[in-house]
Design a protein around this ligand. Structure first.
Ligand code: 6R9
Length: 653
């Protein structure tokens, strides 16, 4: 600790709080070097690749080496402290090494979920002003290939800031390289005592590709010069990469320096880049990882979230590694090659803590208990749930079938904004009761508050309100990248003096919390957060559509499905199938597949207030078939619009 001072957080509306500002070694040191000193051969990561039974283990020593080489490579290519590097990769050790390499040299990382489209990726690269992107040639998920490098190529065309793209090889298939690309090599076979030194070398395939490219170019009449240039590029890259050292001086960072940006959806169309900082975030991720899951030295921790989400950041990477743990990186899907995948993996990797999403639990429940019973799950000690409310049926199944009634189920409530788990059962306290389907109690240092519609704090129990947090905690996001005003308006102004989460909650007679869902226009599809406004923006871009309103509705597997009400432009008459195909194509292209509408309903108009605001509340009630709960319709401009929607829905059902 070099110095300490007191900081006032303006985000907290003038309420002062103390953060001891310290200089500390970059996170790569806290997550790697410390453990390499004490247990270099302990497994840090188990990469559970898409192909079952082909797991790949990386020790702390190896991960440190990968991180250092990558850190040196980034530095040599001009990445500096304070820059932002976008990582567009599936869960794999190289993605983790990329995150830690950024941290090591003091650059912020911006991991973008590899399921996002080129346009969604480009928007995030532009907003983060990244000059460097790291990706892989192709992704592999559920036995299918995804063209990640091609997606990056398309994205960077509209990102003038991008100067270089590092490309690792996840599959054997070569990809076309551009002048901006730098080839890396990932070791695919793990041999006894072999280090991952080759990781930054261009592969034979890449070299072949350069030569193929040269051949094509020479056809255009510039053969000789091109050949010289390409030879220069290849030899230069190859030599320079071999030079990378396994020692990379870590940057000393201030506790409040940026560690990473992570984009998430809000209630307006534009995703927001939440900013997490060095000391508080890591402390909070490590502490929650240890105490919420009862993680002990030697345990194998299996968080199946993708690293593109905050759950992957905190509980696949930073929490487990800060605790010197062994963390599983899951690349596949719950039903590939069959619905026994999770439990076969639990048996094979001897997983002690399993952390997944209710949507997957609901899906697996439908396939039947035989897929679970087939495998030995006796290593399991704690089962975790995250991302959306878990219904009682799924909770009970998880507890009794998966956990044989022995393992506590922790329903963990938190958000990208909170950095780590905030409300959760804590089985490390053995006396504590756990009620199925409830997130239960606040974690250390978290002070929840429920607010009524007047903005007053509800002090009694057995009551529901808007969920706020009454005092800052170490893991909280500090701002929205380039938009501090939006941070203040979204989180601090709705209930002055409190952090507003956007969720509603119920507090039981005993004082336990149950999360009831979002209060804003954010929906949760299969545990993925998406703003209805984001989807509407895209639906409205369809040439046939005049306007639209998107809401979430209860879906028995996804948790929430996407329901799009559409008004067509005058004179348009599109076939239902055709419209649905067009909208699906558009939404997958502009956002991602998971955001595609499950239901599309064409109407001649939408219910609006006299001031022209679409009344989504009314649409939600109609879809829920709660016609008595439509509420106050007096501000409605044209009551016949609701009637029309009710009639069409009745027809659909
Ligand atoms: C970690 C994560 C956050 C939103 C959050 C809430 C919902 C998360 C939940 C839950 C009920 C739980 N949510 N965990 N709802 N019970 N245990 O998912 O972050 O992607 O930012 O989503 O997810 O609505 O506000 P993020």
């Amino acid at each position: 600790m070099h110095h300490a001072d007191v900081m006032m957080n303006e985000a907290n509306n003038g309420r002062f709080y103390c953060v001891y500002r310290v200089s500390l070694w970059a996170h790569a040191v806290n997550c790697l070097d410390r453990h390499v000193h004490t247990c270099p051969e302990r497994v840090a990561l188990i990469w559970e690749r898409d192909e079952p039974g082909s797991e790949f283990k990386v020790t702390y020593r190896q991960l440190l080496e990968m991180t250092c080489r990558l850190g040196n490579l980034l530095r040599r290519h001009g990445v500096k402290r304070g820059d932002c590097v976008t990582i567009y990769m599936p869960s794999c050790p190289l993605a983790v090494a990329s995150m830690l390499a950024c941290a090591r040299i003091g650059a912020a990382h911006n991991v973008v979920f590899a399921g996002f489209s080129a346009e969604a990726l480009a928007e995030r690269i532009r907003d983060a002003q990244s000059s460097t992107v790291i990706t892989v040639n192709q992704g592999v998920r559920g036995g299918k290939l995804t063209e990640l490098k091609k997606t990056v190529d398309t994205a960077v065309q509209s990102c003038p800031t991008v100067q270089q793209v590092f490309v690792a090889m996840r599959t054997e298939n070569p990809v076309a390289m551009t002048a901006k690309d730098v080839a890396m090599e990932e070791v695919r076979e793990q041999k006894e005592n072999q280090t991952l030194i080759k990781i930054l070398m261009p592969t034979a395939e890449d070299r072949k590709l350069y030569f193929n490219k040269r051949k094509q170019l020479s056809l255009f009449g510039c053969g000789f010069i091109t050949m010289l240039w390409l030879l220069h590029v290849i030899s230069d890259n190859a030599q320079e990469m071999q030079k990378e050292d396994v020692v990379c001086e870590p940057a000393a960072m201030d506790s409040e320096d940026v560690l990473f940006l992570l984009y998430t959806s809000g209630s307006t169309g534009k995703p927001k880049g939440l900013v997490h900082t060095q000391a508080g975030y890591l402390l909070y991720a490590a502490l929650t990882h240890r105490y919420v899951f009862s993680y002990h030295d030697g345990d194998v921790f299996g968080c199946v979230a993708d690293i593109g989400w905050i759950t992957g950041h905190s509980y696949s990477v930073y929490g487990p590694l800060a605790n010197g743990g062994t963390s599983v990186l899951f690349e596949s899907t719950p039903i590939y090659p069959d619905p026994g995948r999770y439990w076969e993996m639990v048996q094979r990797l001897k997983i002690n803590q399993f952390y997944g999403a209710p949507t997957a639990i609901r899906l697996l429940l439908k396939y039947g208990n035989q897929w679970v019973h087939k495998y030995d799950r006796s290593t399991l000690k704690t089962l975790g749930s995250v991302g959306e409310p878990i219904n009682t049926e799924a909770w009970e199944w998880y507890h009794t079938v998966v956990g044989d009634g022995r393992c506590p189920v922790v329903d963990t409530w938190w958000q990208t904004e909170t950095g780590g788990i905030c409300i959760t059962p804590r089985p490390s306290n053995p006396d504590a009761e756990i009620v199925p389907g409830m997130a239960m109690r606040p974690f250390f240092g978290i002070k929840p508050a429920l607010m009524d519609t007047e903005g007053e704090v509800l002090t009694s129990n057995h009551t529901s309100g808007a969920l706020c947090i009454a005092q800052p905690w170490p893991g909280m996001a500090r701002t929205i990248h380039n938009n501090h005003q939006r941070f203040i308006e979204t989180y601090c102004q709705p209930y002055p003096g409190y952090f507003f989460t956007g969720d509603g909650a119920y507090r039981s007679k005993e004082g336990y919390y149950q999360i009831t869902g979002r209060l804003d226009d954010v929906i949760n599809v299969s545990g993925h957060r998406i703003g209805t406004a984001e989807i509407e923006d895209v639906v409205n871009q369809c040439s046939q559509v005049a306007e639209s309103a998107v809401i979430g509705y209860s879906h028995n597997i996804k948790g929430e499905g996407v329901y799009a009400f559409v008004v067509l432009k005058k004179g348009m008459d599109v076939e239902e199938m055709d419209l649905s195909r067009q909208l699906n194509d558009l939404v997958s292209k502009k956002i991602a597949k998971y955001a595609c509408p499950d239901c599309i309903q064409v109407n001649s108009r939408l219910p609006k207030t006299r001031s022209g605001k679409i009344m989504r509340r009314v649409l939600r009630k109609v879809v829920e078939q709660d016609l008595n709960g439509l509420g106050d319709l007096s501000t409605l401009d044209d009551p016949a619009a609701v009637q029309e929607i009710i009639e069409v829905i009745v027809n659909i059902i």
